[in-house]
Design a protein around this ligand. Sequence first.
Ligand SMILES: [Zn+2]
Length: 398
Amino acid sequence: MVSLLTRGRACGSMPGQTRVSMLTFDAHLDLAMNALEWNRDLTRPVDEIRAREKGKTDKPDRGRGTVCLSEMRRGGVGLCVATQIARIEHDAYSPVFGWRSQAQAWAQTQGQLAWYRAMEEQGEMVQIRDAEGLEKHLNIWNGASSASTSVGNHSARDKSEGKEDSSKKLPIGYILTLEGADSIVTLNHLERAWEYGLRAIGPAHYGPGVYANGTDATGGFNARGKELLKEMDRLGFILDATHLCDDCFWEALDLYEGPIWASHNNCRALVPHNRQFSDEQIKALVQRGAVMGAALDAWMMVPGWVRGKTTPEAAGLKLEKIVEHIDHVCQIAGNARHSGIGSDLDGAFGREQTPNDLDTIADLARIADLLRNRSYAGADVANVMSGNFVRFLKEAWS
Ligand SMILES: [Zn+2]
């Protein structure tokens, strides 16, 4: 095992002391998709959302969701990258549901935007679109945790949630991203999206897309895709390398001049599948200054997972496993400045496909403890939990 320069003495909390979680940045959540397609009211407690879904079978994760806004607050997840997501169907290859036209996909993303706006109006969320907004939001959350309000207090779940004192309810900051660019009908739509606050785009999702080829597909960007990249560059978008097939990945690194990150991606060396990054790809991303978010989707954490068959118990899957992926990226980089969390915890799966010892998104806070147990220094732990993505955004938006 390579010894990391940045590792230092583990720093635990005093026995009996309630740990106040440090700010956690989750670089990938499909919040609006869950609100609109799963019909989940994310302002309600997670137990209530689960109870309402009892007996439903229309989605694989019914009754087993792990994400709601109060659980994010409890775990200190005060900042996230939240998606708009709507792809179109391909007759040749359509691995997941898609709309019949780009116009329909665009309309779907506009509904999702309307949900985020509704959350903003209720004080539940706040859109972060520039360095100034980011700084302001960080001050609110950091101030709140040092004043030890309920924010990020990683204690037992408050059963009376929903009636909580609204003064304690800090808004969750979100950076708007688009997972798969199929819904961008024309370059004019791209400009409109920038105007309403879209700041990152992953050009592809699963299989072939309008602009690029995604997971399980092959081939580079088509002519429209290259135009899209150029216009994204001009407007100042972050390019999300997640879900690009290998051909598009390498082409994107050549063609794109702006900032690149990978919102939710694990390591191919640990789980051999094209959805994960090879060591070579990780090296190239490190050279580009990228930050990679580790994903908590079971099939991307351990090899040989069969959806709907393998269980977290049978696989012995624990949260500790994600630290192996994080550590793998840190070992390749030679430091802890390129690794973060992009949980994807509400990406069409729930407790049936997450680590066995994870109940809700609030448990992400425990990743900090697991890193400390591996003797990661305090500053490195803070960087993985949120510092790296925050630094990335500050640089991208400077
Ligand atoms: Zn995804």
